[in-house]
Design a protein around this ligand. Structure first.
Ligand code: SF4
Length: 356
């Protein structure tokens, strides 16, 4: 068995690709030596394709209202225990301005699927933030194509729309209001419109197998996303999946292996060390940075709202003073012998999308 895994790692190192079944075999393997070698290989490929710089993307979670009911998410419409909030455009802009003054080069505007903010309101906000000279990433879910176009024209550079799983059946079990093909069509449209686009998945979901994860990784590679977010499933007690607890160490290893394999197969995609990993275990983000990740997302949501953006419980960095995440992350990066990027960290994919 050991020699079989060794062969797979050698193949992975040489051609930076594997078949779906082979990826699933690596994900299934419970061998510390294999894991160590996989993580080292992913770290080498990270260095080769994206270098030592770590990009800080300043996250502003501006509304926790959501029209949908995804089974795993604490923001789901039917969670009546959550205190809901919305920030005004003026308030959001003022946070972006302060973040820019602290050296942040990318502002990520994230919310539940909240139609309260129409296309024009968000476009005006994007336009104002862009004048600061930063990159803008949107993460506001599925909307009409015309709205995506308006936001792109207003200057938004990137759009994150995670698929969460590329398995059609699992997707429909988890998303009572969503259509698998429609989500993919949205991704396609975002790419055509010229956004740098991000996808991603959740690792450790109920009903999920390593075959599903292997398929996700191959889809990340095939669709050639600019950014890929991979986080562990952390059950929220006020959701239908609240009781689905699995072994933390197994979930950690599976998430890190997914990050590592994604780095090797997608080469130069931007991959964050997610806050969810840092929540799952202390030092989780550092572990991800050591096996393929090259992005961190300091939480810049005002303290008054931060704890209410509760997709999953126990999130780290909820009580820190506003802006404290930035020096903390810089320290983390420097301690690892890496450096914080001083550029906006646009996509490294070789295509003709306009980068502002
Ligand atoms: S995952 Fe997104 S769309 Fe689904 S309930 Fe949560 S915030 Fe809403």
């Amino acid at each position: 068995m050991l020699s079989k895994w060794k062969n797979l790692l050698e193949k992975l190192s040489a051609i930076e690709d594997l078949e779906e079944e082979e990826i699933a075999e690596i994900l299934d393997a419970q061998d510390p030596e294999l894991e160590k070698e996989l993580f080292q290989l992913a770290d080498q490929k990270r260095k080769k394709y994206v270098g030592d710089e770590v990009h800080l993307r300043g996250l502003i979670e501006f509304s926790n209202f959501c029209r949908k009911n995804c089974l795993y998410c604490g923001l789901r419409k039917d969670n009546k225990t959550l205190k809901r909030f919305r920030m005004s455009p003026e308030e959001i802009f003022s946070v972006a301005e302060r973040a820019h003054r602290l050296g942040i080069q990318t502002i990520v505007l994230q919310s539940g699927e909240d139609l309260h903010y129409d296309a024009k309101t968000l476009a005006e906000l994007i336009w104002k933030i862009k004048k600061l000279g930063v990159a803008v990433t949107l993460s506001v879910g599925e909307r009409e194509e015309e709205e995506y176009i308006i936001w792109r024209e207003a200057g938004a550079d990137r759009f994150l729309l995670k698929q969460e799983t590329f398995d059609r059946e699992l997707f429909s079990k988890l998303h009572p209001d969503d259509d698998f093909d429609q989500r993919l069509r949205c991704q396609q449209k975002l790419m055509e419109i010229g956004f740098q686009t991000g996808s991603g998945n959740i690792v450790g979901l109920p009903w999920q197998t390593t075959k599903h994860l292997a398929h996700d990784i191959k889809m990340f590679q095939k669709m050639d996303f600019d950014m890929i977010g991979i986080g562990p499933f952390i059950p929220h007690p006020s959701t239908p999946l609240g009781q689905h607890h699995t072994d933390t160490q197994l979930k950690l290893k599976l998430t890190l292996k997914t990050v590592a394999l994604t780095r090797i197969l997608t080469k130069n995609a931007h991959i964050p060390a997610t806050t969810a990993l840092g929540t799952l275990v202390a030092g989780g983000r550092e572990l991800a940075l050591r096996c393929g990740a090259n992005v961190l997302m300091p939480n810049l949501t005002p303290l008054a709202y931060r704890s209410s953006y509760e997709i999953y419980p126990g999130k780290i960095c909820i009580q820190e003073n506003w802006g404290a995440c930035i020096p903390c992350m810089k320290k983390m990066v420097e301690k690892m012998g890496r450096k914080v990027a001083t550029n906006p960290g646009h996509s490294l994919k070789n295509r003709s999308r306009v980068h502002s």
